[in-house]
Ligand binder design. Structure first.
Ligand code: UD1
Ligand code: MG
Length: 461
């Protein structure tokens, strides 16, 4: 059975009080729209038409290539929205799945259940419903004497006895394509909001003698629509709980899940232990058997198996296996650390490749550099990579020892097995195996501080 999804994402989202279109607000590192479309796809529906209107160009740009869009301009209601999408639905579609772009908690499993129930046959449409303790604001499911669904009545149009109904419309549906096309063309806007309601399709189908079924979700939280930033935070918290749970059940230890913020696309290997207050963002991938201690903030960063990180901030960095990073290390974009690298406290690395087993243990800045294997970079060493106009490369070979407090003025190269004396400012190449020391000659004046220094003179007076 060929299914096409229509995602309603043209509304303004007035209550967000934002210049950003509502569906582009993020939950768990993804926009709400990406989250919904991802679940639709995971339920097995590849063909998707997204209806955009308010902020259309921005929404389209945010999603990028590979999507079909329909434009709804102006926005005359959810029914009008689906009318705008119908010309983009392939003619050989059997079923149309309709979801809203602001329901980021909807799960693929639920959409699959909706599709399976529809595929079992007999109904022209199935409405995903929920039984709410407080149904205020939602469309109510109205049934006839035999218990069949005959209409959905919006809050603003509902009579008092209809308002008492606690089964509500979640805004997700599946319809037979032909029946939907017929009914959607016959909508009117004779209602309290003077909008073309998608929900009136139910009434039209029922009147035409078609059966409309419901699927009741187990957990109503799943169908929560995000209308303001309070609900945005609630939805994000729920997604976080789900992500943490999924990781823990897959073999990751999260010591205090409530304090860890792990975004939806993050992957973590088995037996990794995550201590409190870690944030793993974007497409971060953590290997197996790692330890992430206190307050690591890793964005789009890859960490190999068995590495230990403590208080590390990393953005678009790659860390090999069995590395030891932190505390207080800052790895900026383009950092590529091979296996068994050690980076210690107050070290900043940017656009630099560091070879296997090399160490940058304390107080260093290494930028625009290629560092070989088993190199020791002494405390306080920096690459002077910027001349005020351009950035230049520092190259360090294998088994090099850079003494403490060295300035490497790029472009400069230190060849294999060389040794740079502490406190040097290196501006020209150091050849393989050599010792380079660049310091002013020391001058000693005996007894100066006892007899000639200002303090010594003051004592004498
Ligand atoms: C809708 C349903 C209601 C249901 C509720 C579930 C209708 C008439 N009502 O009400 O029964 O209980 O969702 O959350 O459908 N949109 C457009 N174009 C428009 C209008 C809306 O794209 O012209 C989009 C919005 O961006 C949003 C979705 O459709 O993603 C739902 O619209 P919204 O205005 O939030 O409908 P509700 O009043 O919540
Ligand atoms: Mg809504």
């Amino acid at each position: 059975m060929k299914t096409t999804a229509i995602c309603l994402a043209a509304g303004k989202g007035t209550r967000m009080k934002s210049t950003l279109p509502k569906v582009l607000h993020k939950v768990g590192g993804r926009t709400m729209l990406e989250q919904v479309l991802g679940e639709v796809k995971a339920s097995g529906v590849e063909e998707q038409c997204i209806v955009v209107g308010h902020g259309a160009a921005e929404v389209q740009a945010a999603l990028g290539e590979g999507y079909t869009f329909a434009l709804q301009q102006p926005q005359l209601g959810t029914g009008h929205c689906v009318q705008c999408a119908i010309p983009n639905v392939p003619a050989d579609t059997d079923a149309v799945l309709i979801v809203c772009g602001d329901t980021p908690l909807l799960r693929a499993e639920t959409l699959t259940a909706l599709r399976e129930k529809f595929a079992a046959g007999g109904a022209a449409g199935i409405v995903l419903t929920a039984v709410m303790p407080d149904p205020t604001g939602y469309g109510r499911i109205i049934r006839d004497a035999a218990g069949s669904v005959c209409a959905i009545v919006e809050e603003k149009d509902a009579a008092p006895e209809q308002k008492a109904v606690r089964e509500i419309n979640t805004g997700a549906y599946i319809f037979a394509y032909a029946e939907l096309c017929d009914a959607i063309g016959r909508l009117d806007n004779n209602n309290a909001q003077h909008e073309y309601y998608l929900t009136d399709v139910i009434k039209l189908l029922a009147a035409a003698g078609c059966r409309v079924d419901t699927l009741v979700v187990d957990d109503p939280v799943e169908t929560m629509g995000v209308n303001d930033r309070v609900q945005l935070a609630e939805a994000a918290a729920e997604l976080r709980r789900r992500k943490n749970r999924e990781l823990m059940l897959s073999g990751v230890t999260i010591i205090d899940p409530a304090s860890c913020y792990i975004e939806q696309d993050v992957q973590v290997g088995q037996d990794t232990v995550i201590y409190p207050h870690c944030q793993l963002r974007g497409n971060t991938v953590i290997g197996a058997g790692c330890v992430l201690e206190g307050e690591c903030i890793l964005t789009d960063t890859v960490v190999g198996d068995g590495s230990h990180l403590i208080k590390v901030v990393a953005d678009r960095a790659e860390i090999g296996a069995h590395a030891n990073i932190g505390p207080f290390a800052y790895l900026r974009p383009g950092t590529r650390l091979a296996d068994e690298v050690k980076v210690g406290d107050f070290a900043e690395i940017k656009n630099a490749r560091i070879g296997k087993g090399s160490k940058i243990p304390h107080l260093s800045y290494i930028g625009d550099a290629e560092v070989g294997e088993h190199v020791n970079i002494g405390c306080g060493t920096i690459t002077c990579n910027y001349d005020g106009v351009n950035k230049h490369l520092t190259k360090i070979g294998n088994n090099v020892f850079i003494g403490s407090n060295t300035n490497l003025v790029a472009p400069v190269e230190v060849a294999d097995d060389a040794f740079v004396g502490a406190g040097s400012t290196i501006t020209t190449p150091v050849e393989a195996g050599a010792l380079a020391v660049e310091r002013g000659k020391r001058r000693d004046i005996p007894r100066w501080n006892l007899e000639q220094s200002p303090r010594a003179r003051q004592k004498k007076d």
